[in-house]
Design a protein around this ligand. Structure first.
Ligand code: AHR
Length: 578
């Protein structure tokens, strides 16, 4: 083994068995370290975290023995990757970048809706700053009005001049003014350029109520309901692209058994019709059934039941998607803090979030048994980090901060969905504004974009791009008992043929030198953006909004080789110019 130790005063080279080589560069305190050879680095990383004496023991035998006062070394690890653009395969559905807006806390009221008389700039009551921020994300669809709220929502409370004031028993028991209803939601979608994903009330509603809502929304002919819609300000039929038939019907949606839910599903699927003439042949409304809760292994029985029924279905009903909900929570009730945490909580949460891979694989495998042609999409329509409520906030409002850890979490999950693009064709992060893992936080007239927002923005080019396989050895990042892949990567070719690469460096201490070999493309240059921050729990606040924001990055490209350095704890997206 070859060590090159560079202290402030010079360089010392020392040898050991010659198997691997390491170059440590630093000032007098050894702050930067690069090691070639993953096997050693992994062991070193593990040992380094255990005790300084182990680190010193590693150096024993060298002509220079590092002094006890040496600060932890930062190692730049080399990772080799190969990307073959000619192997581009499945389209990454842009719907995996979907959003979720429930009537919960300040998600809708204050987050989206301030009312037309507000001093906060708005268009017909909808905040202009939010609209501008969301337009930049090219939000494909928004799921509304819940969540648990959906199974207690009666749409007639939210139309017309006189709104019915109700309560929101699920989320703090607060007054629900219903000033944001069907027309306001559709206006909001129109302003941000997204499609409607409407969850109808199966729990406390009726098939007739849901059917009439859809007729009110979509009928173009002059039915009484269509005329009522016109009288309320919208002559033309609305488009409803996705219909959620219930929400968590095994839990807050009515604690149903699979059999009971299936009997409801068949009725709603049959009678809740979309009458919009433009959605009869092409662009038909897709129906999404309640699926598994996700995080617990026993949820397989639910997926089995719905998919078996789907396989044996009669002509009179159909589904196009099966929903799955899985939060990164650790343990219920949520107890991880969203701010003020260290590397231990960082690595624990990332370990929990990577369980999404197993969940998606497990439920996809069940779906494959009953639907080998993959006609039914797995729709992960609630996902994201769920932490302890911020101190001083109403527990029912699910308020949490959003840190660099969440940006990394978001990238890892988006990568998982993209890797399963053949089955996962829709996903909705929970939730869009002010609730759980939000894109945006607001406080009266103030607004701040979260680290998660920036990941969604950087990933826009992956919408409708074609998945390209990447081969690499991720290496290992170890912290205490936790062992994680050091990096994650995603590649895709956009509709114009341009190659996009996304990298996540999970390691909060070491930068990574990526050496990518590219096949099927002659690259000339590559550049993009990288997102990191000073600490794993760095956040953007109303007063310091630019702590975690993307900055430009470029790669060195020579023929078929691309070299790029990933900063510790970062998400990077680059495009390759031919
Ligand atoms: O997103 C918050 C809640 O989590 C939703 O209302 C519910 O569907 C889930 O349990």
């Amino acid at each position: 083994m070859l060590f090159t130790l560079t202290s402030g005063s010079g360089t010392t080279v020392c040898k050991r068995k010659g198997e691997l080589s390491a170059v440590w560069a630093s000032g007098g305190s050894f702050t930067k370290c690069s090691i070639l050879g993953r096997r050693f680095t992994r062991r070193f990383t593990a040992l380094r975290q255990k005790a300084p004496f182990v680190r010193r023991a590693l150096l024993f035998g060298c002509t220079l023995i590092a002094e006890a006062t040496i600060a932890p070394a930062v190692v730049a690890q080399k990772v080799q990757l190969s990307v073959d653009v000619s192997k581009a395969s499945v389209k990454i559905d842009r719907n995996i970048f979907g959003q979720f807006a429930e009537h919960l806390g300040h998600g809708v009221y204050e987050g989206i809706w301030v009312g037309p008389d507000s001093t906060i700039p708005n268009t017909r009551g909808i905040r202009s700053d939010i609209v501008a921020a969301l337009r930049a994300l090219k939000v494909p669809n928004v799921r509304w009005p819940g969540g648990c709220f959906a199974d207690e929502y009666h749409w007639r409370t939210g139309i017309g001049a006189q709104r019915v004031v109700t309560l929101n028993p699920n989320w703090g028991g607060v007054i629900e003014p219903n000033t944001f209803g069907t027309h306001e939601f559709m206006d909001f979608l129109d302003q941000i350029g997204a499609e409607a994903y409407i969850s109808v009330n199966v729990g406390s509603g009726t098939p007739r109520e849901a059917a009439e809502w859809l007729e009110y929304l979509t009928a173009a002919q002059p039915t009484t309901l269509a005329k009522e819609r016109a009288a309320n300000g919208h002559q033309a039929a609305y488009r409803v692209s996705y219909l959620g038939i219930g929400n968590e019907s095994w839990g807050c949606g009515g604690n149903m058994t699979p059999d009971y839910y299936l009997s409801q599903l068949k009725i709603y699927s049959r009678f809740v019709r979309n009458f919009n003439p433009s959605q009869q042949d092409k662009q038909q409304m897709l129906k999404i059934a309640v699926g598994p809760g996700g995080s617990e292994t026993e949820w397989g029985y639910w997926t089995e039941a719905v998919m078996r029924a789907y396989q044996n279905r009669q002509w009179s009903w159909d589904i196009n998607g099966l929903s799955m909900h899985s939060y990164t929570v650790g343990h219920w009730p949520p107890s991880f803090a969203s701010v003020g945490f260290g590397e231990t909580e960082y690595s624990q949460i990332l370990k929990f979030t990577l369980e999404m891979e197993d969940l998606v694989s497990k439920h996809s495998a069940i779906m494959d048994k009953y639907d080998p042609q993959k006609k039914v999409a797995l729709v992960v329509d609630e996902w994201g980090a769920w932490y302890a409520p911020l101190p001083g906030t109403s527990p029912g409002f699910l308020v949490q901060q959003n840190s660099l850890r969440d940006a990394i979490l978001a990238a890892l999950n988006l990568n998982i969905f993209a890797h399963h693009a053949d089955r996962v064709r829709m996903a909705n992060i929970a939730q869009m504004i002010n609730v759980l893992q939000a894109m945006i936080l607001t406080d009266k007239e103030k607004m701040v974009l979260t680290p998660t927002y920036y990941v969604f923005k950087m990933y826009v080019p992956f919408q409708e791009a074609t998945f390209v396989p990447v081969a690499f050895d991720a290496g290992t990042y170890i912290h205490g008992e936790i062992s994680l892949p050091r990096i994650d990567a995603l590649a895709a070719k956009d509709t114009a043929g341009k190659l996009w690469l996304a990298f996540t460096n999970l390691d909060p201490n070491q930068s990574i030198e990526v050496e990518a070999s590219l096949a099927g493309i002659i690259a000339r240059s590559a550049a993009g953006e990288t997102l990191t921050g000073p600490k794993v729990d760095s956040v953007n606040t109303f007063d310091a909004a630019k702590t975690v924001v993307p900055k430009p990055i470029s790669a060195k490209v020579e023929g078929r080789k691309l070299d790029l350095t990933l900063e510790p704890k970062s998400v990077t997206v680059i495009s390759v110019e031919q």
